[in-house]
Design a protein around this ligand. Structure first.
Ligand SMILES: Nc1nc2c(c(=O)[nH]1)N[C@H]1C(S)=C(S)[C@@H](COP(=O)(O)O)O[C@H]1N2
Ligand SMILES: [Mo]
Length: 258
């Protein structure tokens, strides 16, 4: 009951913020009957869709503290090479915002502190890179499904695209920018996180600061680092070379299940 109420406050606060989203408790709005009825309506809808999706989903194995890898290798970009990123890093990501847009009812612009006000999840999992190495790390973040619920999916939504700050390959047309996509099944998987913490501290720059994706049932390249924008789409064929991700455009599988 209590968590139901605080969840509703969180939703109301987020929706009330408009452009610059504020997560302050907004009792006046919560007391409004029409808003309340509408919120419980979307809660029921999302609960229904989550139950349906989650019933088909297995959890990735979780480990204990003793299993943590002493060294977790960093791969791909380890420091985005752009002035914008350098500026955000300088300011401790205080002015970084995650945009959530596309097929959503309420586009969001979330600061790190906004994200940290969602109920967090911590998990210790094994990361497997196609290049043949694995490492066990502890991740802390917001389950992606919670953010999508607040944004509210529009009809036709099928995939979530993650736009990153880094260009892994320097190109004139921007086609070397890292991006990834997953379907709603993975987006609503309980272990799919927007992670801001690693091994008990802030997410280090080499591992994707300030925010990265963890999508534990898939290989390493799906775990997009340096997130800037989440876009909900009906199809991803129009982006990049049309295969749904930086490495997919270069021949890797879109569904990299493990
Ligand atoms: N933005 C971005 N995300 C990325 C990459 C990258 O180069 N840029 N590399 C991917 C690959 S291939 C792997 S194995 C993991 C590496 O994560 P790590 O640096 O935390 O080990 O990030 C993935 N996500
Ligand atoms: Mo990888």
């Amino acid at each position: 009951m209590k968590s139901q109420l605080s969840r509703r406050r969180l939703l109301a606060g987020l929706l009330a913020g408009g452009g610059g989203v504020l997560l302050t408790g907004c009792d006046r709005l919560v007391q409004d009957d029409a808003v309340n009825a509408w919120l419980s309506h979307i809660e029921k809808l999302t609960m229904g869709s989550q139950r349906l999706l989650l019933g088909r989903q297995r959890l990735a194995r979780e480990y204990g503290e003793a299993d943590l890898s002493p060294v977790f290798r960093a791969n791909g970009t380890q420091m985005p090479d752009s002035e914008d990123y350098a500026r955000m890093l300088d300011r401790g990501f205080a002015d970084w915002r995650l945009q959530v847009d596309g097929l959503v009812r309420h586009p969001l612009s979330l600061s790190l502190s906004d994200l940290k006000r969602f109920p967090p999840r911590t998990q210790i999992t094994r990361h497997d890179c196609v290049e043949g190495w694995s490492a066990i790390g502890k991740w802390r973040g917001v389950p992606l499904g919670q953010v999508l619920d607040v944004a509210g999916l529009k009809p036709g939504a099928r995939y979530v695209v993650f736009h990153c700050a880094d260009e892994l390959e320097r190109t004139l047309d921007g086609s070397g920018r890292y991006y990834e996509s997953i379907d709603l099944l993975d987006a609503y998987h309980p272990q799919t996180l927007l992670a801001y913490g690693m091994n008990g501290g802030d997410l280090p720059v080499a591992h994707g600061a300030p925010l990265r994706l963890r999508v534990e049932r898939q290989l390493g390249y799906k775990h997009a680092k340096y997130l800037m924008r989440i876009e909900v789409v009906a199809a991803f064929g129009g982006m990049g070379s049309g295969k749904g991700g930086y490495w997919e455009d270069r021949g890797y599988e879109w569904y990299a299940g493990i």
